[in-house]
Design a protein around this ligand. Structure first.
Ligand code: NAD
Length: 498
């Protein structure tokens, strides 16, 4: 809970220590060639720190350290109970330092401090604790062979795992990959996004304090096309788990095929449909969910319900309600505890979002609310919550992922039409629907091509259920026990008993 006021957060922001070196083999180090990049506070446009920009020689050093740690067995062959103890200690340390970590998230990527405290940090803590708790309860298998044979099917850590993550939920996205990978006994290298490296570097320090041996967890800040590419092409990385845009995800598939066929797991972009039928059980709640579903985290959410489809009979009433909720979510200072929408992550992303808004107007969409940059005097990057009524599905703003606070709304008449419009996308990450009919809820949920479907809610979930998409939203699943499969190999051992 956020019990501090704006002045206190500002004071803490001035005092907070910013780690700026890479974390390799248990130590903070500069990039070998001294290269750095600037990380900017999007709320003000001011530089926060110059951070180590890892090059391929730094990547080599980190992979070597991770491999040596793995082969030594210092973590990979530890008793699951001991790995559990360390992960639970790490979860406790993250919880203890929640305010500091939430502040780093807010300063680095512009999200409201209240959201970071209420959501990002508790979810991160839960994730490390959950996989820590899970790992000493996993059993292997014995195959149903005849009496002359014992055939065991055992799960083994894959080895050196790389996690490449985006900037929208820096710590939480990282934890969804790091926690199961570490729990399974792997050595891990984390590459945070260049827009948001600060919390990952603090996490490295806490992980060491929790007892993760040197080399088992490394953090490599740097630019995507340099550090990310070197990791993707590395010949001694066994597995690479990626969250980010579909375009970059495709690059990682290519890197793998050009190098050592490392297994690649992709969590990519989305353009999720949110359908409201005229028998919606609670229009007020649905309208609020439609607004929160696109405007929270400034619309920078992979599962944002960015395409709203509303049945004709309730369209006008419903859209008025959504617009009212949107108007109540105007951007504010991310450090102000009352702020519900913060700054867009950087100037380039803000220009991208404003470009889409312009294209919507040119293509004939009607602006219902918002549409502009705001809070210009701050020097930061803020965009108003924006809603378009769209006459056609073929518009760019309806088809392309904007990753900003822009909602497109369209009418439909029949269930079939709603399903067809919802599925008409290259993406398949999330989908929401509101109806009072049980039969329709099941029918439509089954027909929607998405990895996650919400009925009479949006965004709800838990660490116990898988998260991920279909089509060009990627494959593989974060969260739940299923995520452990990504970081393990299955070994068959056939023993002749005669
Ligand atoms: P991005 O693809 O630009 O960057 C993601 C990561 O890849 C960063 O660490 C970046 O440094 C690295 N990278 C960028 N270019 C690279 C290259 N050429 N080679 C190697 N690495 C490279 O994505 P982003 O802008 O950070 O994040 C926004 C995207 O992430 C959106 O498309 C969003 O939908 C997606 N996302 C998906 C999920 C999910 O679970 N499916 C969750 C959050 C975000």
């Amino acid at each position: 809970m956020n019990t501090l006021d704006l002045a206190t957060w500002q004071e803490r922001a001035r005092a907070v220590k910013l780690r700026h070196q890479a974390f390799i083999n248990g130590r903070f180090v500069d990039a070998q060639g001294g290269q750095t990049f600037a990380t900017i506070n999007p709320a003000t446009g001011q530089k926060l720190a110059d951070v180590a920009a890892c090059q391929s020689s730094d990547v080599d050093a980190a992979v070597t350290a991770a491999r040596q740690a793995f082969e030594s067995g210092v973590w990979s062959r530890q008793h699951p109970r001991d790995r559990k103890r360390v992960l639970l200690r790490l979860a406790a340390l993250i919880e203890q330092h929640s305010e500091e970590l939430a502040l780093l998230e807010s300063l680095d990527m512009g999200k409201p401090i209240s959201d970071a405290l209420a959501y990002d940090l508790p979810e991160t803590v839960k994730c490390f604790a959950w996989y820590g708790e899970a790992i000493d309860k996993q059993y292997d298998e014995i195959a149903p062979t005849g009496p002359e044979t014992l055939a065991t099917i055992t799960r083994e850590p894959v080895g050196v795992v790389v996690a490449v993550v985006p900037w929208n939920y820096p710590l939480m996205m990282a934890s969804w990959k790091i926690a199961p990978a570490l729990a399974a006994g792997n050595s891990v290298l984390l590459k945070p996004a260049e827009q948001s490296p600060l919390s990952a570097l603090r996490l490295a320090e806490l992980a060491a304090e929790a007892g993760l041996p040197a080399g088992v967890f490394n953090v490599l800040p740097g630019l995507g096309p340099v550090t990310g590419q070197a990791l993707g092409l590395h010949m001694d990385v066994d597995c690479l788990a990626f969250t980010g845009s579909t375009a970059t995800g495709k690059r990682f598939m290519a890197y793998s095929s050009q190098s050592n066929l490392k297994r690649v797991w992709l969590e990519c972009g989305g353009k999720s449909p949110h359908i409201v039928f005229d028998d919606c059980p609670d229009l007020e709640k649905a309208a609020q969910a439609a607004a929160v579903g696109i405007f929270s985290n400034q619309g920078e959410v992979c599962i944002a319900g960015s395409r709203l489809y509303v049945q004709n009979g309730i369209y006008d009433t419903f859209m008025e309600k959504v617009a009212q909720f949107a108007q109540g979510m105007q951007p504010g200072d991310p450090l102000d505890p009352s702020t519900t929408m913060g700054a867009i992550v950087d100037e380039a992303q803000m220009r991208n979002v404003l470009g889409y808004i312009e294209s919507g107007l040119i293509e004939g969409a009607t602006l219902r609310t918002g549409g502009g940059q705001t809070r210009l005097a701050t020097g930061g990057f803020y965009v108003e919550p924006t809603i378009f009524d769209c006459p056609r599905q073929t518009m760019r703003i309806v088809n392309e992922e904007i990753f900003g606070p822009v909602l497109t709304a369209q009418r439909f008449d029949t269930e079939d039409e709603a399903v067809a419009l919802a599925n008409d996308s290259i993406y398949g990450l999330g989908a929401g629907l509101w109806t009072a009919q049980l039969g329709r809820a099941h029918r439509v949920a089954r027909r929607l091509r998405a990895g996650l479907v919400w009925v009479n809610c949006y965004f709800d979930g838990d660490i116990s259920v898988p998260f991920g998409g279909v089509k060009q939203s990627g494959f593989g699943r974060d969260k739940s026990l299923h995520a452990l499969d990504k970081y393990c190999d299955l070994k068959t051992t056939w023993i002749n008993l005669l």
